[in-house]
Design a binder for this molecule. Structure first.
Ligand code: 4AD
Ligand code: MG
Length: 468
């Protein structure tokens, strides 16, 4: 069998007929009659299968019986022009080796049209489906494109810590990391607080909610950096757009103001969407045809359109106008409110019908590090809002003034002492700088057209779920 080298299915499908080939993979389906069997074989290299045609008289009846959906095989034979429609070549099998049987009574993804909800309940096996194959390949391509985009621009990939003592977003949504024995009474200080001096890090430590603050240390040293790694948030929101463990891309750039920041964000997303259309069309088309037949159109439209740039204050006016005209929102709208996803989606999907970058948010609903506007009320924040997703990017120009930053930290009752290392960036050679965070899974929701964030990450972590 192994006298010739195995060729992946993706390559086989583009090869000229008339050669001897060896294919390996898992059986998707088997059909046919007594004389001839048609086996659809897939190895994950592409969403498309290679058809194997087996003359039943050449093979042991027992072997043929064991070729069921999910079984793993090696097939040697001649690559020939296909008789049937749907594929240009197929393999006329000469030898078949069965690696592993797959009991049709027990294999959980045996049936054809199974729902995404059901697949989540057999998440360890769902990666074997065409849908998840497509999602995983697109996910990989997007990760690669992110590195390529920044590398081509001369950004440095900075690895920021996952375990940290600081809460970047100040939202108190951190998962604590401790080696204290939770079965025993915890060590206490004289005041009665937990005494972390005996804990592993000698201080209270948590999983990071963002690499931004450390990213700023990098950007104010080597100019332009990006991070790309896991991020953790203990927010108890069971929504189709939130994960407790998600991946975030955070570029941070010295000498960028908010406009440079917006320009980069828009260029970045367009680059990624175009990359997907140029490099993952088979998978995108599969998802388009199976789940969402406006997907390709939506992707193309984002590349070709200029994002709207809108002040928060003007956004609120549009929403208030909508209410006057009879539109009903579940949550209230007034200047100062933190926008809900229904509001964001109204602006993007109904009002403008294209992506919107919203800027100039009230400072009270945004983080401490954002650059304050002259008016004392708003900050140079920017959220990029997308159709079907809502917020896909959050970022800002950063407050570069030492005095203003310290005052804001005090106002919010945060500890300056814990942030001395961060404040030093403003103390020593401070510069205007900006950055943003792209939620990798939010991007994937957009690019794959999937509607639940649990279906664009292989092993989702959500409230009450950390399986595997
Ligand atoms: O808006 P966020 O909270 O911004 C930050 O963390 C900044 N420090 C980023 C920066 O300026 N460097 O999060 C950024 C993005 C959001 O726009 C969203 O796409 C994604 O991260 N995100 C989540 N994705 C999945 N599940 C969650 N629970 C998410 N929370 C935020
Ligand atoms: Mg945000």
């Amino acid at each position: 069998m192994e006298t010739i080298k195995r060729t992946k299915v993706k390559a086989l499908l583009t090869m000229e007929p008339g050669q001897e080939v060896l294919a390996k993979g898992w059986v998707r389906t088997k059909r046919g009659n007594k004389q001839v069997k048609f086996i659809a074989l897939n190895d994950g290299s592409t969403v498309n299968n290679i058809q194997v045609v087996a003359d039943a008289s050449l093979f042991d009846e027992e072997l043929i019986k064991k070729i069921t959906t999910g079984a793993s095989l090696a097939v040697k034979g001649e690559l020939v022009a296909s008789q049937g429609s749907g594929q240009s070549v197929e393999i006329q099998a000469k030898e078949i080796e069965l690696y592993g049987e797959c009991d049709p009574m027990r294999y959980p993804i045996q049936k054809k049209d199974i729902t995404l909800e059901y697949l989540r309940s057999v998440a360890h096996m769902r990666l074997r489906t065409n849908t998840f194959g497509a999602v995983l390949r697109i996910r990989h391509n997007m990760a690669f494109a992110i590195h390529k985009f920044f590398n081509d621009k001369g950004f440095v990939y900075l690895n920021t810590p996952l375990i940290t003592e600081s809460d970047c977003e100040g939202a108190g949504q951190m998962f604590q990391v401790t080696t204290l024995n939770l079965n025993e009474p915890l060590p206490r200080t004289k005041k009665g607080d937990i005494d972390y001096s005996t804990d592993f890090f000698g201080k209270q430590a948590s999983l990071t909610v963002s690499g931004q603050l450390e990213g700023e240390l990098g950007a104010t040293a080597v100019g332009e950096i990006y991070t790309f790694g896991p991020t953790f948030r203990a927010e108890n929101s069971n929504t189709p757009r939130h994960l407790a463990e998600f991946w975030m891309v955070e570029p941070e750039m010295a000498f960028y103001d908010i406009n440079d920041n917006m320009n980069l964000a828009e260029e970045f997303i367009k680059y990624l969407v175009k990359y997907a259309l140029d490099n993952c069309m088979d998978d995108v088309k599969f998802l388009n045809d199976k789940y969402d037949d406006s997907l390709i159109e939506r992707l193309q439209s984002v590349i070709g359109t200029e994002f709207v740039r809108l002040e928060y204050t003007d956004g609120i006016a549009i929403l208030e106008e909508a209410i006057k005209n009879g539109h009903k929102f579940e949550y209230p709208v007034y200047w100062g409110v933190d926008l809900q996803s229904e509001h964001e989606r109204y602006l993007v999907e109904k009002h403008f019908q294209k992506p919107v970058i919203l800027t100039g948010y009230p400072k009270d609903i945004k983080s401490f590090y954002m650059k304050q506007d002259e008016n004392g009320k708003t900050v140079r924040a920017m959220d990029v809002l997308f159709p079907k997703i809502g917020e896909i990017i959050g970022g800002s120009e950063r407050e570069a003034s030492l005095e203003k930053l310290e005052t804001r930290i005090d106002e919010l009752g945060m500890s300056r002492k814990n942030l001395e290392w961060y404040i030093d960036t403003r103390r020593f050679g401070t510069v205007p700088h900006s950055g943003f965070g792209l939620g990798f899974e939010r991007l994937l929701l957009f690019v794959t057209g999937m509607s639940n964030i649990r279906d664009v990450i292989p092993f989702p972590r959500t409230p009450k779920n950390a399986e595997f």
